[in-house]
Write a new protein. Sequence first.
Lengths: 255, 255
Amino acid sequence: MISIRDVSRRFESSDGSTIQALDTVSLDIRKHEFVSLVGPSGCGKSTLLRLVSGLMPPSSGEISIAGDPVREPRVDTGLVFQSPTLLPWASIEENLLFPLRMLRRPVDDAARQTAAELLELVGLGGYAGKRPSELSGGMQQRAAICRALMHDPETLLMDEPFGALDALTREEMSLELLRICAERPKTVIFVTHSISEAVLLSDRVVVMSARPGRVQAVIDVPLPRPRTFEMERSNDFQDRVEHIRDLIFSKRAAA
Amino acid sequence: MLAQSAAVPVLCLVGLFILWEAVVVIFQLPVFLLPAPSVIWTATTEHFGTLMGHTVVTFRTVMYGFIVSVAISLPLAVAITSSQWVANVIYPMLVLTQSIPKVALAPILVIALGANELPRIVVTFLVAFFPLVIAVATGLMAAPRELIELGRSYRGSTWQVLVRIKLPYAVPMIFSGLKVAITLSVVGAVVGEFVNADAGLGYFIVTSTAFFETPLAFSALIILSFMGVLLFQLVCIAERRLFPWSPGAGARIIA
């Protein structure tokens, strides 16, 4: 459904030299598939996500979603960043309505109802009227995920969404995300630094190599769903985590 | 709480006036050199009508100058932050207007614009607008990059991103700029009146001192300070009322 064809992206750095962030990356992602991007810092994971979101164009190659080339931000994608990036002056409900206001869609009772349901889904039922500063980091990030789901996008693009959370909250949020995806199936591209998180959540894990960013390997994770933390103890799970770790570090040692 | 927070500065002020009175009495200072507060008070009450007439004239210049400053600074700051090219064109000119001594410019403006209120308003504007432009421009750049990307990902126009993200983020900075600008407007109006006026507190100080009516000059001076403090407080109250979430609204140290 998402097709990434020979995509490269170069940046002009401040001293005038060119940085090759992504080099001929090709990847096909099926509808409602959960794909994680892992790799060392500077491998272009976030860049790839921004290219898919249409926020920046590739230097060469083409990305298309459902057959349409991506040339600008699309209505059917939702973004989640590492920081919650909520509007500090607006209530949680207002923050959830923000995408609709930007998209110039009607903000009516139905929209408020959707917001209330989403907040209920992530356990923030009583927080619609609160300001972001009154919520913990984990709760803010949940609100940010709800915001990305407000306009019911087909695709969720998540850039290290749990990266700023503590370890316990992070595990809790992983389960939360699995539950959300089970209830409302989405195509998800998920950037993370945590290998076990990637394996736990994903149907496939894309391992990328550092500068220039290339697809080094694509690992299938055929574990059954719904996923649970107990699976982390299974050999299947551990083998995959080890395999991915070897891929990332052997490459680095060789370089 | 308000009464309590006001009590300390009022007491300090009363103490200062008592000390002033005592110094004048003990050292038997001549009235034309330093009049005692009691003498100033008597002079003020005797010439109350005249003083109020001049106060209204100055107040009008201050307000016109301030309003023109706001009306020009906001769009100017938006233009500066919209592109590097515009910033490169406008910034040097802004700095140039600031390096010209306004007192020296005022007589030239009188020739160009006529001996009326207009050159005084222009001088007031020139004194007051610069810190406001800088504050608003800084504020407009305070919004996190990811939030702007989020706005763009929902296909938000430049205008929507400005109104829904950048401007609200700039509110605390805009108000700190407004606080400086309103105070400088009083300064600018008096500078204008020193050079060319047939009314206003600045004009009144010039004529009073010419006739060694020092108590009246002091009356005008004190009215000017009160005007500055009052207008400053009005800006603070406006910030608290209109934007209670602004960090500046809660900060009692500066507000």
